[in-house]
Design a binder for this molecule. Sequence first.
Ligand code: ADP
Ligand code: TZD
Ligand code: MG
Length: 578
Amino acid sequence: MPMLNTATKTEAPGTEQELTDGFHLVIDALKLNGIDTVYGVPGIPITDLGRMAQAAGIRVLSFRHEQNAGYAAAIAGFLTKKPGVCLTVSAPGFLNGLTALAHATTNCFPMILVSGSSEREIVDLQQGDYEEMDQLAIAKPLCKAAFRVLHAQDIGIGFARAIRAAVSGRPGGVYLDLPAKLFSQVMNAEAGQRSLVKVIDAAPAQIPAPSAVKRALDVLKGAKRPLIILGKGAAYAQADDAIRSFVEKSGAPFLQMSMAKGLLPDTHPQSAGAARSTVLKDADVVMLIGARLNWLLSHGKGKTWGDAPKKFIQVDIEPKEMDSNVEIAAPLVGDIGSCVTALLEGMGGNWPAPPADWTTKVNAKRDENVAKMAPKLMSNASPMDYHGALGVLRTIIKERPDAIFVNEGANTLDLARGVIDMYQPRKRLDVGTWGVMGIGMGYAIAAAVETGKPVLAVEGDSAFGFSGMEIETICRYDLPVCVVVFNNDGIYRGTDTNSAGADPATTVFVKGARYDKMIEAFGGVGVNATSPDELKRAVNAAMDSGKPTLINAVIDPAAGSESGRIGNLNPQSVLKKK
Ligand code: ADP
Ligand code: TZD
Ligand code: MG
């Protein structure tokens, strides 16, 4: 029985049998399904589970807050196509993990939140158990599926269901509720072994209908001004070569959504990244591959999209996504790998290039915008402005294209997205569909753990604060993470004042704060960088050494703008300016 990591024997003479228990069955179920890493925070009733999992060879990353462990699990799912697992204690730990579970679901990342829970009998009678909460009911509306396992013999099935639900179809978050009593339930070891389920073909290929493939190609062929938009679903699909061949064969300009950047190099001749407004306005056929027409694409209508009538082709695994915001002329439902392969086949040997006046116009606009930005990136001002600081980071990523770039903030996010070109798939990890602050350190940790690559995390000073305590975790596990805090003394800017009292304005922080000192408390390297040259030197040293490093990059407090690029989403009081 090689799977059993330990087995006990009963004492009664004559009735000796190998036993296993809930703890071991959970660990065996994870291992059987190739889940070798767990992110979490220990405590009742899962402390021993973490210890035993570690002893059984699973990597257990112990965090300072469940939300960060949850974000780590979520991005591990995105990077690996296996569900990332987050392990928490009951009620408060569970709730702390729940934000990340909802985030995973919203972003279509496969993740399983495994939480210990209190005794069912007491919870259901609301008798006030230790950390009492009906966790299953609370999790249900916030994830793709939620299950509870009450009996040791169902642990195998419970994990199988959770894994399959997380990764099949549109990926998402799954909650698995494990009441405390489950862990010490014993059962016959052989029966326990037989109860485990190895999930076969967890995310089955979903082959598109040939008629839908033909329809999509017909629409694309009829385009005078085609545009392809690649989203993070395309990055997730790991069909990188097929996607690149398809885009190149089509000859169409392409845009890559934030986390799809690098699927094709941002410097690719067909990239229209720097001509975004032009292509969205003027395209007549828009093909979405693993990207939703949500707020990030202005819902496919309105000013951003101009007046020219448009036809949409959408490639997505989720049929319900079609027509969610505008009519989709050619829905292509299936997994992206299968769809793009079928499209390539259907295109045959000589696919017509898009009209040259279109591609010439797009390229001219792009080159003009790139040229306009270039001098700003050379700014050597001190304190730095965003472009001066990002200019050096852009070169560093160009020189180290396999590093993983984590990014959050407002100006720090929006400007970095525009300035820093990505060259490889799944290297840019950021705030995702919700624009959530707090993913930074969890993402950085999981990225380092799952890929073994160096990580550069560029964080607004506010954004960093949401997960900053995890720099202890980074130091503890000695991970090759370099955090750069863009310190402009606050949220958007550090210049707001309170007109009515002594309290500081709501968007400003302690002036001249030294975030670099924080990491020194845990044995990491702290650097204060006041110029682009200093920043460049410090980041290169960190990336070369692989030592946990935090660089406090001093940014001009007046440099940013309200909400970065999305200030237009702020409601305005009609009374405000009176
Ligand atoms: P972005 O924010 O980059 O625009 P979204 O998260 O809005 O991307 O969209 C991702 C889309 O990709 C979702 O609609 C999801 O259903 C889809 N998707 C995820 N994985 C796959 C896959 N393997 N095959 C097809 N579609 C996928
Ligand atoms: N809380 C959460 C969880 N997510 C959010 N997006 C916000 C609050 C609101 N918010 C933003 O949308 S950006 C941001 C907040 C608080 C911080 C911006 O400040 P920063 O970046 O220092 O990170 P810049 O460079 O100063 O703009
Ligand atoms: Mg800031």
